[in-house]
Design a protein around this ligand. Structure first.
Ligand SMILES: [Zn+2]
Length: 430
């Protein structure tokens, strides 16, 4: 039976890929020989943890309930980060069936290395969930795999240090890919999930057209080349399907908005903002969790008068961004959503005193999925994937059904559409 690898190249948006592909010969080879989706439409807000859950479930946040990277815990009155292990147990957060469960139910193995929000994922075999702190890696990675990697001298005791410092992310990505090779070749994963960070981090820190981003793209491509070479050397090339995609792109920014400073300065003391980069969630955190009459309308009006507001989405219109209109079981659903105009990002500094300041980051995501800069891409090659196929546009929700097609599973995952017919691919029909 053929085996499968799905790798997320964080933030390598379709526009960014176009400007870097001349330095990525290994990825270019996959695109030229196999199947390519030029523009992969993401979900709103275009942030990593929500999107990767959409990839695994084939559904929007309205079904899987992971609304962004950050939400508010109204009971505790504090921001919840899904990369905090206290909050990010997938099986507690979403009841939608995942690709991991479908693989497990079919009697196959699914392993993951640094895939967001996999802590507590049902049906997973070997897993290193993505975190920022070493203690979290140590505590929540599969113990047997963790011990084995240490015995084999993989530097997993440095995962936290390399993850939390953007400039060290290339080391993390190299370690992640080395573990991927080890798992795939020696543990024979039927489906291996992984996620590389350097391009995203360098885009944030140095901007879209920077030499650092071009370097990160070239470096990531050498890691891809090394993985492909090891698979070939293990004699597994002809029985391996490999799929690369990006979760979103990034757009240039110049100014950061400190939403909570703005809210207080304008008398909205019972409202709290939570940043998701190019968008923000607004919560009315009064004890009744309801809205003061007129408060929402007043806030909406004030926000709409600001130059940094692209749009304000009220609860009754949440379906337009594929959010649920009725509260979720965790109470994480916001009362209002603010999308910022291009060039602005929502800051996250609790000590901030100014409403606006020049942004530390050079580029950001989190904006509408319709924004051109937010589109990703997909490239795939292998024995179960048609060759020389170019698809102009598809949805990130199409990845889960495509993977079930590649894996030959009878389970249908999510609401997307498979990118090709498996039988047709085998018959050589494009
Ligand atoms: Zn991302």
């Amino acid at each position: 039976m053929n085996r499968n690898i799905l790798i997320s190249l964080d933030a390598l948006g379709s526009n960014i890929l176009e400007s870097c592909i001349h330095r990525m010969p290994n990825l270019a080879g996959v695109m030229d020989n196999g199947l390519q989706v030029k523009r992969l439409k993401t979900v709103f807000p275009s942030v990593t943890w929500a999107i990767h859950t959409s990839v695994l479930t084939g559904t929007y946040p309205e079904e899987h309930y992971i609304f962004g990277n950050r939400v508010l815990d109204r009971n505790e009155g504090k921001t919840v980060k899904y990369f905090d292990p206290g909050y990010c147990k997938l099986s507690d957060l979403t009841k939608v069936k995942t690709l991991i469960e479908a693989v497990h139910d079919a009697g196959m193995s699914c392993d993951a290395v640094c895939w967001p929000l996999t802590q507590g994922a049902k049906g997973i075999r070997h897993n290193i969930p993505e975190f920022y702190l070493q203690n979290d890696f140590d505590s929540h990675s599969s113990p047997q795999l963790w011990n084995e990697l240490q015995e084999l001298n993989f530097p997993v005791t440095r995962y936290g240090a390399w993850s939390s410092d953007h400039s060290l992310n290339p080391l993390q990505d190299a370690l992640t890919m080395d573990i991927c090779s080890h798992l795939f070749i020696n543990h024979r994963s039927d489906l291996l999930l992984s996620h590389l960070l350097s391009i995203d981090s360098f885009l944030h820190d140095f901007g879209l057209d920077s030499p650092e981003v071009l370097w990160a793209a070239e470096y990531t491509d050498t890691l891809i080349g090394r993985l492909l070479q090891r698979i070939e050397e293990a004699g597994e090339k002809d029985s391996t399907n490999i799929i690369f995609f990006s979760d979103h792109g990034q757009a240039p920014i110049h100014t950061e908005l400190e939403l909570n400073v703005f809210l207080k300065a304008n008398g909205f003391h019972k409202w709290q903002g939570v940043s998701n980069g190019g968008s923000a969630f607004l919560y009315h955190d009064g004890p009744d969790r309801g809205l003061q009459p007129g408060s929402e309308e007043r806030l909406e009006k004030v926000l709409l008068s600001m130059p940094w507001t692209e749009r304000v989405i009220a609860r009754e219109n949440f379906q337009t961004v594929h959010f649920p209109v009725t509260p979720d079981p965790h109470g994480f659903l916001p009362d209002l959503i603010l999308e910022l105009t291009k060039g602005y990002s929502c800051g996250n500094d609790p000590a901030a005193t100014e409403t606006e300041h020049p942004s530390y980051y050079k580029a950001m995501h989190g904006y509408s999925a319709d924004q051109q800069d937010m589109y990703g891409f997909l490239a795939a090659t292998g024995p179960d994937i048609p060759r020389h196929v170019l698809i102009r546009e598809a949805s990130i929700l199409d990845i889960a059904p495509t993977m079930t097609a590649v894996l030959g599973l009878s389970d249908r995952i999510g609401t997307g559409t498979a990118l090709f017919d498996r039988e047709a691919a085998h018959a050589g029909i494009k």
